[in-house]
Design a protein around this ligand. Structure first.
Ligand SMILES: *[C@@H]1O[C@H](CO)[C@@H](O)[C@H](O)[C@H]1NC(C)=O
Ligand SMILES: *[C@@H]1O[C@H](CO)[C@@H](O)[C@H](O)[C@H]1NC(C)=O
Ligand SMILES: *[C@@H]1O[C@H](CO)[C@@H](O)[C@H](O)[C@H]1NC(C)=O
Ligand SMILES: *[C@@H]1O[C@H](CO)[C@@H](O)[C@H](O)[C@H]1NC(C)=O
Ligand SMILES: *[C@@H]1O[C@H](CO)[C@@H](O)[C@H](O)[C@H]1NC(C)=O
Ligand SMILES: *[C@@H]1O[C@H](CO)[C@@H](O)[C@H](O)[C@H]1NC(C)=O
Ligand SMILES: *[C@@H]1O[C@H](CO)[C@@H](O)[C@H](O)[C@H]1NC(C)=O
Ligand SMILES: *[C@@H]1O[C@H](CO)[C@@H](O)[C@H](O)[C@H]1NC(C)=O
Ligand SMILES: *[C@@H]1O[C@H](CO)[C@@H](O)[C@H](O)[C@H]1NC(C)=O
Ligand SMILES: *[C@@H]1O[C@H](CO)[C@@H](O)[C@H](O)[C@H]1NC(C)=O
Ligand SMILES: *[C@H]1O[C@@H](CO)[C@H](O)[C@@H](O)[C@@H]1NC(C)=O
Length: 425
């Protein structure tokens, strides 16, 4: 029966219309494909019937009544006969003055076959057979990932690819995935409003007019590093002395680092002078001994952490007062007045500011009869800055020193001054 078919091609016409060189259209006179008609049209010209079939991706072939008597009946079939579509001729029936033409490879556009339990072939409209290949990142910022992919292969499309659906979620995250659609033939997407330095799990699927195809394998892409958004935790000061403090801290809380922590910075500022100094340590170290501090001075301590993008916020300033120490200088300008034969009035000035090293509690005035080598000490409570030494011997050479004390002890003695008491009478 097949040998009787008259084949001729409208290749030139169809290649223009269908744009498909790989498929050989088949035209058969006086036969129609029965049972697969899904739409009937009356058209004035054969070309309109071809165009109608071409315009509808579901249309694989058509039957067209050539004679005037048939009024230009154009039947669109959702099936052809060349490919899977039942090579036996039971659908092809003799019908004079009609022409049957198959214009596309059936499976190219529409259907997908599968075998159900009783072994019969069934046909159904379906989404693409395959997923977009080579889903990959082109670049990323701290809050966006720009991805692209390859179009689905022609013979897996099952129709015309209309859009791609990108589903993305935090890797191992518990949030429900987000989805965006892009219209084919665009094969890229910019996923935005992401969180920095987090891994995202991205899949892409293609959709045709019948539905979605399978999702691609997930690709894992990390957004860029940014600066930490929180300071190191639990900044604490240990073992402070008058000139040293040991600062310790914990890591920046997980999720707030926004990248690999490269280093830490300890900033310490002497409050009185507002003089700030900075020390940096590597990422493995989470303590710093700050030395050469002023004694009995107020400092504020702040710690911050840096990624490659820079430092994040500093911790809340921690106030520290260094410990007191003994004064590092004696009371200044010690003077004596020898008004009487048994007394000497001693006056002095405070230890210079900055050398007190703490709160001056008292002064010890030591006086020695130079010739007899007899020493006496009087303790004077601060802030008094003078003492009347009484009960002295007349006309005697005394050496006198003064020293200041904090809670820690006494500082150096002032240089000795020598005073003679007045003659008796
Ligand atoms: C990311 O890649 C796209 C496509 O190659 C390009 O147009 C864009 O400028 C790139 N952006 C950055 C920030 O590199
Ligand atoms: C990545 O996404 C896919 C599809 O959404 C999901 O099946 C898979 O479990 C995800 N993997 C992780 C680690 O989140
Ligand atoms: C994407 O397209 C699907 C179906 O075409 C639709 O259900 C979904 O709402 C769309 N999603 C977005 C974010 O536009
Ligand atoms: C993606 O969006 C982000 C944020 O809007 C933007 O900074 C980035 O340049 C965009 N990337 C591309 C490749 O357009
Ligand atoms: C503080 O100093 C003491 C004694 O020197 C030492 O045993 C202790 O470990 C130090 N504490 C810290 C936190 O370094
Ligand atoms: C801060 O210290 C508290 C109490 O010791 C502790 O529970 C917490 O885990 C610490 N934080 C960090 C980030 O180490
Ligand atoms: C004073 O006495 C001390 C010890 O008490 C002694 O070291 C010192 O040399 C004596 N000085 C004089 C001038 O005698
Ligand atoms: C100061 O003088 C008092 C009284 O003489 C004495 O007890 C004390 O030890 C002296 N302090 C110092 C630091 O020498
Ligand atoms: C010091 O004490 C003596 C004896 O008590 C007294 O005569 C003298 O006026 C006093 N000097 C001063 C400055 O108070
Ligand atoms: C008191 O003694 C010192 C030291 O010995 C001496 O330099 C000074 O001249 C003496 N002063 C008087 C008035 O004798
Ligand atoms: C105080 O006393 C007089 C005599 O009365 C001396 O001449 C002075 O030298 C003395 N002054 C001192 C500082 O010793």
């Amino acid at each position: 029966m097949l040998k009787n078919f008259l084949y001729f091609t409208l290749l030139l016409l169809l290649n223009q219309v269908v744009g498909m060189a790989t498929f050989q259209p088949v035209t058969i006179n006086n036969l129609v494909l029965a049972g697969r008609v899904y739409q009937m049209l009356y058209v004035g010209e054969w070309l309109i019937c071809i165009q109608a079939c071409y315009d509808d991706p579901r249309c694989t072939s058509y039957n067209y009544g050539i004679s005037a008597a048939d009024n230009g009946l154009c039947e669109l079939n959702d099936c052809g006969f060349q490919d899977w579509c039942e090579r036996d001729t039971k659908y092809l029936i003799y019908f004079p003055n009609f022409v049957f033409q198959e214009i596309r490879k059936f499976s190219f556009y529409i259907m997908k076959k599968d075998n159900n339990q009783d072994g019969k072939k069934t046909f159904s409209f379906s989404g693409p057979n395959d997923y977009p290949l080579n889903v990959r990142q082109l670049n990323q910022t701290t809050q966006s990932i720009f991805i692209t992919w390859d179009a689905v292969e022609d013979n897996e499309k099952n129709g015309k690819i209309l859009s791609y659906k990108i589903t993305y979620t935090l890797f191992n995250g518990k949030n429900s995935p987000r989805t965006i659609n892009v219209t084919a033939p665009i094969v890229h997407a910019n996923l935005t409003q992401l969180v920095s330095y987090r891994r995202y799990n991205i899949t892409v699927l293609a959709s045709n007019e019948h539905g979605d195809g399978p999702g691609s394998d997930s690709v894992i892409v990390r957004t860029d590093t940014s600066k930490p958004i929180a300071p190191p935790a639990n900044v604490t000061v240990f073992n402070k002395t008058s000139t040293c403090i040991l600062v310790m801290w914990n890591k920046v809380p997980y999720g707030k680092r926004k990248g690999h922590i490269r280093q830490y910075k300890v900033e310490y500022t002497e409050v009185a002078s507002n003089y700030a100094q900075i020390r940096e340590v590597g990422d493995k170290t989470r303590h710093l001994m700050v030395v050469d501090l002023k004694k009995n001075a107020h400092y504020t301590i702040k710690v911050s952490a840096a990624t490659v993008k820079g430092y994040g916020p500093a911790s809340q300033p921690l106030s520290v007062l260094t410990e007191q120490d003994v004064p590092s200088a004696p009371p200044q300008i010690v003077r004596a007045v020898n008004k009487t034969s048994t007394s000497i009035l001693i006056r002095w000035c405070e230890v210079p500011f900055g050398q007190k090293n703490g709160h001056i509690l008292s002064y010890n005035v030591t006086y020695t009869m130079v010739n007899q080598n007899v020493t006496t000490t009087k303790q004077i409570e601060a802030p008094t800055l003078q003492v009347n030494l009484t009960g002295l011997r007349a006309n005697t050479n005394y050496s006198i020193t003064v020293m200041a004390s904090t809670i820690t002890g006494h500082g150096p003695a002032s240089p000795a001054i020598y005073v003679n008491t007045q003659m008796e009478g």
